[in-house]
Design a protein around this ligand. Sequence first.
Ligand code: CFM
Length: 540
Amino acid sequence: MSTKPMNIEEIKKELIAKMPTKVARKRAKAMTPGTDLGEAIPEIQANVRTIPGIITQRGCTYAGCKGVVLGPSRDIVNLTHGPIGCGFYSWLTRRNQTDAGPDGENFIPYSFSTDMTEHDIVFGGMKKLAAAIQEAYDNFHPRAISVFSTCPVGLIGDDIHAVARQMQEKLGITVFANSCEGYKGVSQSAGHHIANNQIMKHVIATDDTPVEGKFKVNILGEYNIGGDAFEIERILEKCGFTLVATFSGNSTVDQFRKAHAADLNTVMCHRSLNYVAEMMESKFGIPWIKVNFIGAEASAKSLRRMAAYFEDQELIDRVEAVIAEELATVKAVADKVRPRTEGKTAMIFVGGSRAHHYQELFHELGMKILGAGYEFAHRDDYEGRHVLPNIKVDADSRNIEHLEITADATRYKPRKSPEQLKALNAKGLDFEGYEGMIEGMGKDSMIIDDINHYETEKLIEMLKPDIFCAGIKEKYIIQKMGIPLKQLHNYDIGGPYAGFVGAINWYHDIDRMVNTKVWDLMKAPWQSTGPELEASYVAE
Ligand code: CFM
């Protein structure tokens, strides 16, 4: 299939044509064309409630807090306080990987839950929670335990923070709780914020042991899906950076405790960890820059920016040598694959950052993005961080605690003077900057926030992309329409896709997916001309 001429306004009209007037008006605000570079960026509606009855791709606040931000830490016992379903469905499905490390501590394969039942809902679950924390401690002797509340816990009012405080005192390890009831925000995005707050309050900077290393960095918002963090760790080590902590792929609680020893915070997923980045800047004086290790060119660019920050010629040279070596291997593969992928088309509707990041990898294959959107990102992830002051704080956002952070009395140490920051800025290091998705996507691309199943099907009917990227909830519906779907949450069984090795993996996987003949041969059940089984109700 080739690129069809598109008129975005017509597509938009068609998408909302059959919706009730009020719904159509609201959905129209969540749709916009992309822009060409340098053009004015249109406003898009984001981070507002999904219209009831619409089948959204979104997840819940508990998912964002437990599943996304804290779940990937390997030596914290992450305990779900709630009925068993929440713990069960957040168990290993995201494919965040871990290396058990020399201490062998790795709780990722377990699912910890208090398994609340009707009895606990009626009489309260605090005793059960205390007993579960004790049991986890007795069995595993973890360094830290983190508790996550699910919807019923919020409804009955269990004081999970009081239980955490009591158990911390009793056990002498870090125990903290997250009030991340699924309904608390409009999506998982609220859960990110809650987790950021609790990590900041209870873990970061609780160990002042010095960290050796010349060029110390943290990675914020990298979760080691399909082994991405392993590849990034490999590259950083080869370049000579010291990785103090990753939030939170393949991480340990000790790393979090010492994270304030880093001299630069690099933000991979802006949506899920921007709060910690900002708070660490205010509290410890650590500047942050946005990076992207999805895409070979993007990885090279990120490494160059990180090296530029440290202003050390030896580091800069070493980074250039690594980039040259790695890109040569990547390019050899890209040259082979590209003739088969050039001109093909893709759509990416996922999450709060990958729908933007993965455009890089498609461009490296010469593919065009017809449509993209986030599930739960905010306007700044679309329009750029400069819109932050103009974003209306509604009741749903106000529902999530905003921590007022001031400089730490003893640990605040600005890493660069204002003059140095200014000089680096002039060299292209935009501190605390993120340009968002819309800029440069092109006028002929469609951007839709919180896309629903109906709009997805309509969009596919109209534009017939060669591949669609989303998640498991969309996968088989879209594949029944004859379009291959690549899961960008858990990568199906693939990955890593980050860094240079990841780019090569991606080229091969996408080549296979867009060039297989199977989708043309396949007929949906209702298109079958073969014998058909018929049945009728006995009661008729
Ligand atoms: Fe950040 Fe993520 Fe994403 Fe996200 Fe997620 Fe994810 Fe995602 Mo699924 S933290 S916003 S809440 S990059 S789990 S690793 S893939 S929706 S685009």
